[in-house]
Design a protein around this ligand. Structure first.
Ligand SMILES: *Cc1c(COP(=O)(O)O)cnc(C)c1O
Length: 396
């Protein structure tokens, strides 16, 4: 390596296998693709690559429209949604079902949104009736924002029901599906979704650093109207409007992150080769099922209240009484080279999270994680039935 920070010590601490809440270890094909030399982004060669990525992304989101491949981690795409769709005084219903959902209220407010929070405990999802109730009480709502898959607590909201309900009422939806798309079904056109944001580093199995944003016709119209009415800078990096050039005439507005596009294409190729988006979703469902079955059979508890409310991309396990989760994860890291996540905020110390997304959504990786978790718990004086766990996972 070049020296400096990439010392031997740094490199030996890169986990053998990262099954965190994202990013996770990526496909080896992604790493190889990202090591390729640059092509110029104004050449036919590169535009062809972008068009092919674009066609794959439309399949992923199940939309006939073009998904915007934006440089900048997913948080950028989520902020763009508020910048373009929300103007001062707009009533915005925000589903606070976890760390990201609750946090989005601040983004909506930053652009003048009059936020109505619909809160539930962070170990469950928002029932559709609660969404309907909030919309009934706020018939003037312009926008409803929610997180499809709440990665910090491993719960999943009923995206189809929520989006269909909002579409019928003319309320625009902003959906954070950063850890959803690729692992859970998203039918952008059929469900009448308006803005849906995903990232490259979760269920797609590539590296962090891009926002993939799908927009409906209504969202484009609103973006134009809000920009005109508020006088917001239409060439801002936060504005969707420069991306019209990409949608209408294959012209990317800025220099794209070429290496990230290489990696994304390699990841999309893997999804297409395995049978397409539905095969990818089925693989994530199997990995989630196997993880849950394994955790339960080992005698541990799942954090989320009901299987129907659990995410496909990550599983949260309640930390057993008397166990220090940092010690537990430390053993997993140091002795087995396997990195998983702890809880965030109020959940810190109360749960651990095993990510099974993208490259790590495989039975091989799930069985490895369960075995390592069981061994680390035994080392801390909390023996669990690892054999039963592995058997249950393999049968699930
Ligand atoms: C990972 C994640 C994000 C943040 O994505 P970045 O690419 O890190 O900005 C936002 N929301 C959810 C639900 C996530 O899982």
């Amino acid at each position: 390596m070049i020296g400096g920070i990439m010392t031997t010590e740094f490199r030996t601490r890169i986990p053998d296998l990262m099954m965190a809440s994202g990013p996770c270890s990526v496909y080896p094909q992604v790493l190889a693709a990202m090591g390729q030399q640059m092509v110029h982004h104004r050449t036919d060669n590169f535009v062809e690559l972008m068009l092919s990525v674009s066609a794959d992304l439309s399949k992923l989101f199940k939309t006939n429209g073009r998904v915007l491949p934006i440089e900048g981690e997913s948080i950028l795409g989520l902020e763009m949604a508020a910048y373009n769709l929300v103007e001062p005084g707009d009533v915005c219903v925000n589903l606070a079902s976890g760390y990201y959902g609750a946090g989005y209220a601040k983004v909506l407010r930053a652009y003048g949104g009059d936020v109505v929070d619909v809160a539930v405990p962070y170990n469950t999802s928002v029932p559709i009736d609660q969404v309907r109730g909030a919309l009934d009480r706020h018939p003037d709502a312009k926008v409803l924002a929610f997180v499809h898959s709440e990665t910090p607590s491993a719960s999943e909201n009923p995206m189809e029901a929520i989006c269909r309900e909002c579409h019928e009422r003319g309320v625009l939806t902003i959906v954070d599906s950063v850890s959803g798309v690729g692992g859970s079904d998203v039918r952008f056109d059929e469900w009448g979704v308006d803005v849906c944001v995903t990232g490259t580093q979760k269920c797609l199995g590539s590296t962090p650093g891009m926002s993939l944003v799908a927009l409906s016709g209504r969202a484009w119209e609103r973006a134009e109207a809000v920009t005109a009415r508020t006088g917001r800078y239409e060439r801002s990096y936060l504005s969707f409007l420069p991306w019209r050039q990409w949608v209408e005439r294959d012209y990317v507005p800025y220099t794209p992150p070429i290496s990230s596009i290489y990696g994304l294409k390699a990841a999309l190729d893997i999804i297409m080769d395995e049978g397409g988006i539905d095969a990818s979703i089925a693989r994530h469902e199997r990995a989630a099922r196997a993880t849950r079955a394994g955790v339960r059979a080992m005698g541990l508890e799942l954090w989320v209240d009901d299987d129907a409310n659990m995410a496909n991309s990550v599983t949260a396990v309640t930390v057993p009484d008397g166990i220090d989760d940092r010690k537990l994860r430390g053993i997993m890291d140091d002795e087995y080279g396997l990195h998983i996540s702890g809880g965030l905020g109020d959940e810190a110390g109360r749960l651990i999270r095993i990510g099974h997304m993208g490259y790590t959504a495989s039975r091989q990786k799930v069985v490895t994680a369960l075995g390592v978790l069981g061994s680390a718990l035994a080392e801390l004086g909390h023996p669990v039935d690892v054999t039963a766990g592995l058997e249950a996972a393999l049968e699930a």
